[in-house]
Design a protein around this ligand. Structure first.
Ligand code: G1P
Length: 293
């Protein structure tokens, strides 16, 4: 039987330059899709996959994320006085249970691989998930829960969420060299970070959900810089291939790249359309604006 995935790492140290000026003083992970910050979607997805411990790898200017998952007594007392039970319940949903959240700083933005390595001592010697909040996934069963179920069935190992992307976009992603397919699982023969389309081994891209065995920390420890002069998680995973079981999982759901302005707008529209309380109004104004512009 595979060991249960109990811990998730959320790398939130990035600068968010693609979203300036919005992210000058506010972390990109706090950008709301409809009415909830990206990072809360990520935490809720982890919780629904049975994650019990939440490890944030933060950086300067990110303390507001800690406040977000803390209690807000002032707000609570005002909402109590006004008998706003619905809002109080929503507020409670964002509060982490005592002792389940840890924050650790990545002092320098040296890349995703380095950010994950920073969580090494907090993760210890057990499998763990990594969630990139920029990748928001609308799905009936949350993506990470799909992955933990598939991994359990496969008997453990490393598992990465994957999807096909346009050939012209391979230089934005970790791209795999696929082997045999079994249902929605793809054997991974090779991994390369952000290849140009002409050099990409396929158009199957890694999306920001990973379940990893702790062995990756030993590789990350000595990982040299790769694409973009950063320490890349993809490079470390690539050197583990052939030693450990490694699967790509084609998940069910729609993924939005919320690190990109268009992707972020699409996510807002899709998540609003997905809500009964907003659907009709949103449909109406979209058709109105589409006509007027
Ligand atoms: C990171 C990873 C990349 C992956 C992508 C998914 O890139 O390095 O392999 O495909 O996330 O969103 P980033 O978007 O941080 O540049």
């Amino acid at each position: 039987m595979s060991q249960k995935v109990r811990k998730a790492v959320f790398p939130v140290g990035g600068l968010g330059t693609r979203f300036l000026p919005a992210t000058k003083a506010m972390p990109k992970e706090m950008l709301p899709v409809v009415d909830k910050p990206l990072i809360q979607y990520a935490v809720e997805e982890a919780r629904e996959a049975g994650i019990e411990e939440f490890i944030f790898v933060t950086g300067r200017g990110k303390t507001i994320i800690e406040d977000h998952f803390d209690r807000s007594y002032e707000l609570e007392s005002v909402l109590n006085e006004r008998s706003k039970e619905g809002l109080l319940a929503e507020l409670h949903a964002s509060v982490a249970d005592a002792g389940t959240v840890a924050y650790i700083r990545q002092q320098e933005a040296l890349g995703l691989g380095h950010a994950v390595w920073c969580a090494k001592r907090l993760v210890g010697n057990e499998p763990f998930a990594v969630i990139l909040a920029d990748d928001l996934i609308l799905a009936d069963t949350p993506c990470l829960a799909q992955m933990t179920a598939a991994r359990e069935k496969a008997g453990g190992g490393n598992m990465l969420a994957v999807m096909e992307v346009p050939n012209a976009h391979t230089s934005r992603y970790g791209i795999l060299s696929p082997g045999k397919e079994d249902g929605n699982l793809v054997e991974i023969l090779g991994l390369v970070e952000k290849p140009e389309p002409a050099k990409a081994p396929s158009n199957l891209a890694v999306i920001g959900r990973y379940i990893l065995e702790p062995k990756v920390f030993d590789i990350l420890e000595n990982q040299s810089r790769g694409a973009g002069n950063e320490i890349q998680l993809t490079d470390a995973l690539s050197s583990l291939l052939g030693h450990d079981p490694f699967f790509g999982m084609k998940f069910d759901g729609t993924r939005f790249d919320c690190g990109d302005k268009i992707g972020f707008l699409e996510a807002n529209i899709a998540f609003a359309l997905n809500r009964e309380d907003m659907r009709d109004d949103v449909k109406n104004f979209i058709s109105k604006f589409a006509r007027d512009f």
